[in-house]
Design a protein around this ligand. Structure first.
Ligand SMILES: [Zn+2]
Ligand SMILES: [Zn+2]
Length: 336
């Protein structure tokens, strides 16, 4: 079968490899749609640890093709979404109910072969059934959505609150929709690209701000009577971290979601964080949220089609992951 392999940092290519077999407790999934994620670009550049070599692709949906020994939850033919993060279940974090902080965390498409391939073998407990008539492209959104749901859980948005979202990529645009569904009254999306600001306004943002055109901290403070209840940082760059903590109201929450390159330091003002009691809450991965994401995608409550800006085959994946995102690009979907 064909698979797109990360061979070393900065080197990715399509290869013919052995089709995987379903080991005990595993199913083999025929991949119908897989999303390219910002994390894939971080992994390609060596900014996020991976196994090497490995087939990338951690956001995918497909059909159960083969069922391994001891699997009773699938018979074959089911449309499934896969939670890529595999916790060990026995380390101190797992025993405290924090699987995303597992000391031995493995991830499909990161530390073991993933979905930029025709087939992928996964532990059956990682697969969640979707309605058979669901568009598999929508199914490929379950993974990023599950991570966003965890962030919304951490944000504890209450009806009538204000939310500022920094970053207008697919994550920011999912967060806009989730904040709206959580009952936020004011949803301010901050991003440089006009097309993304327009998309955000269509999806439920009440305001969209270009941070290069104005003093964004003053603008948000002005719109929210002195500071926003919740900031969700989805860009992972120093500017958004620094401006984000400054636009939170006194006693408000700052959700750290964007992935900055490992090892990068960002200066902040601890005095300001202290006297304003800015509640900094990181939201990492998708603990116990994948089934909720699958339910939301299945219900059709989210607008996903307009987030897909391009569909490609496996032969184009290396070029897209290794390149810089094109202006206007939101989500690129791979159809093996
Ligand atoms: Zn991802
Ligand atoms: Zn563990």
């Amino acid at each position: 079968m064909r698979a797109v392999r990360l061979e070393s940092i900065g080197s990715m290519a399509i290869h013919m490899v052995e089709k995987p077999n379903a080991g005990p407790g595993e199913v083999v999934v025929r991949v119908l749609a897989a999303g390219i994620c910002g994390s894939d670009r971080h992994m390609y550049k060596g900014e996020y640890p991976t196994a090497i070599p490995v087939t990338l692709g951690h956001e995918f949906c497909g059909l159960v093709e083969e069922v391994g020994e001891g699997v009773s939850s699938f018979v074959g033919g089911e449309l499934v979404t896969v939670d890529p993060n595999i916790a060990c279940g026995t380390c101190p974090a797992c025993r405290r109910g924090r699987p995303n902080l597992c000391a031995n965390l493995k991830a499909i498409g990161v530390t073991r072969d993933g979905g930029f391939a025709e087939y992928v073998a996964v532990p059956c407990g990682q697969a969640f059934t979707l309605p058979s008539d669901l568009d598999p492209v929508h199914g490929a959104f379950c993974e990023p959505l599950a991570c966003c749901i965890h962030a919304i859980d951490r944000a504890k948005i209450r009806p009538g609150e204000s939310v500022a979202i920094l970053g207008g990529g697919v994550i920011g645009l999912l967060m806009v929709q989730l904040a709206r569904l959580a009952g936020a009254d004011q949803i301010i999306l901050i991003t440089r690209q006009l097309s993304r600001r327009e998309a955000a306004l269509r999806l439920g943002a009440t305001q969209a701000i270009d941070p290069t055109a104005t003093d964004v901290v003053a603008a948000v403070r002005d719109l929210t009577d002195g500071g926003v209840d919740v900031v969700i940082e989805c860009a992972g760059v120093p500017e958004t971290l620094q401006t984000g903590v400054q636009m939170v109201r006194r006693g408000g929450a700052f959700i750290l979601f964007g992935v900055t390159p490992a090892g990068l330091a960002v200066p902040v003002l601890p005095f300001d964080l202290l006297v304003n009691e800015v509640d900094i809450r990181p939201a990492y991965l998708n603990p116990f949220t994948h089934s909720r994401a699958a339910a939301m995608v299945a219900s059709g409550i989210l607008e996903l089609d307009s987030l897909v800006t391009k569909a490609i085959g496996l032969e184009e994946v290396a070029e897209v992951v290794g390149g810089v995102p094109l202006p206007g690009e939101i989500k690129v979907i791979v159809r093996p």
